[in-house]
Ligand binder design. Structure first.
Ligand code: ZN
Length: 241
């Protein structure tokens, strides 16, 4: 059982298309998405349609819930709130219906899936060893998958010195321990590498391969500019921040 895990697409269609092509070359059995399909980027409907057609498991993220109106936008930072308000004006009925039916956590093939964390699936950022340890315990599964921070991570239970940021090319042997993994973000990476991040998980061989895929950043930036969304949302894509 091989799974391509993606997260935080954020309406960046060029990044999603390049990632989908790279995933296709690996012919995984399933694709799982950990939420935040929309917000920040310019093509929310196309990204929702792709996920609906291709993701076997899909979670809802805080930005999706902000766009749906389930979460108040007072809790979002400036540009995020602006983007969520704009997304509300363009979100198609079928994309709205799709996002409305998703939950922020799930369980698939014995793997715990969370947008944020088990104790707060919508908002908590798991970035420290302590938070990862708690998430692994609360999930109770051998592998715990989270998104939300846009930082690819691989953190094992029990060894405080091991694990952390997982740049592209990182290969993890998952045997003999419990792990927290974050695939990083497809549409708005924040670890200083602008390429789209994703994860290839082999549940049989118990391996996790962290991948990066270059995409048409200029195309994504042009699409953002064409909507009138804040320039900063385009600019940051060039730097992976
Ligand atoms: Zn996000």
């Amino acid at each position: 059982m091989r799974v391509a895990v993606i997260s935080d697409i954020h309406a960046n269609l060029p990044a999603l298309e390049a990632t989908a092509e790279a995933i296709g070359r690996e012919s995984p059995d399933e694709i799982w998405c950990l939420g935040d399909l929309v917000g920040y980027g310019a093509q929310p409907n196309e990204c929702c349609a792709w996920a609906r057609a291709n993701a076997r498991e899909c979670l809802v993220g805080n930005h999706d819930l902000g766009v749906l109106g389930t979460l108040e936008l007072d809790d979002f930072a400036g540009d995020a709130a602006v983007a969520a308000r704009w997304t509300r004006t363009v979100l198609a009925a079928d994309a709205h219906a799709y996002l409305s039916a998703l939950g922020p956590s799930g369980l698939a093939h014995g793997v715990g899936l969370y947008h944020g964390s088990p104790r707060d699936p919508v908002w908590e950022y798991v970035l420290s060893w302590e938070a990862a340890r708690d998430a692994i315990h609360d999930s109770g599964t051998e592998v715990t998958l989270v998104g939300h921070s846009h930082i690819p991570l691989a953190i094992p239970d029990g060894d405080q010195a091991a694990g952390g940021h997982a740049p592209g090319g990182t290969e993890i042997d998952l045997a003999g321990g419990r792990w927290l993994l974050n695939p990083g973000s497809v549409g708005q990476p924040r670890d200083g590498d602008r390429d789209a991040a994703w994860l290839l998980l082999d549940l049989g061989a118990r391996t996790a391969d962290f991948r990066r895929t270059a995409y048409d950043v200029a195309g994504a930036q042009e699409a953002i500019h064409a909507t009138g969304l804040p320039d900063a949302l385009a600019e940051r894509l060039a730097h992976g921040v």
